[in-house]
Write a protein that binds this ligand. Structure first.
Ligand SMILES: [Zn+2]
Ligand SMILES: [Zn+2]
Length: 135
C-alpha cells in the first residue's frame, strides 16, 4: 500500500497517509483566502483511519477564527498543517506533502468568492526557478 508523508517547513510536525488519494480540493472562500494570505487553501480530504501523526502532533497552535472555522499551525514555523478534522475526515493542507501526489486539482469550492487576481493575465510569465533579475 502506498504511504505518503508530509511535514511542516521546519520538520517539527510530520504525518503519514495510507493509500491512494482522489485529488486536491481548492477552497477560494474569503476565510481561506485571509487565513492563508493567498488564493485559498488546497486540501486533501483523508479518512481519519488513514491519517496519523508521526511527529509533533501536539506541536500545533489552533486559531478558532469562527465557530465552524479554525486553522492549526506549527508552533515553530507557522506552517498550516493539517487543516481541521471532523468525525470522518482529516483536512490536510496539500502543500505540506513531501512528494508528488500524482493527481491534480479535482474540485474548486466557493468560486464566487475567488479573488479577482486569482487567474493568469494573458502575458503572465513562468519560471522554473526564481528569475535571476526582476523586470
Ligand atoms: Zn514547523
Ligand atoms: Zn474556505
Amino acid at each position: 500500500m502506498t504511504v505518503r508523508t508530509g511535514s511542516c517547513l521546519c520538520g517539527a510536525r510530520a504525518y503519514e497517509i495510507d493509500g491512494d488519494l482522489d485529488g486536491v480540493w481548492v477552497c477560494h472562500c474569503s476565510l481561506c483566502r485571509k487565513a492563508s494570505g493567498s488564493n485559498g487553501n488546497a486540501i486533501l480530504i483523508v479518512p481519519v483511519d488513514r491519517f496519523r501523526w508521526v511527529k509533533g502532533e501536539d506541536h500545533g497552535v489552533t486559531f478558532a477564527l469562527r465557530e465552524t472555522y479554525s486553522i492549526t499551525r506549527c508552533r515553530t514555523c507557522g506552517t498550516p498543517l493539517p487543516a481541521e478534522t471532523d468525525a470522518r475526515n482529516v483536512y490536510v493542507t496539500a502543500g505540506t506533502l513531501d512528494e508528488p501526489l500524482g493527481k491534480g486539482v479535482r474540485t474548486h469550492l466557493f468560486c464566487a468568492s475567488r479573488a479577482d487576481w486569482d487567474r493568469d493575465e494573458p502575458d503572465a510569465r513562468s519560471f522554473d526557478e526564481r528569475p535571476t533579475r526582476s523586470g
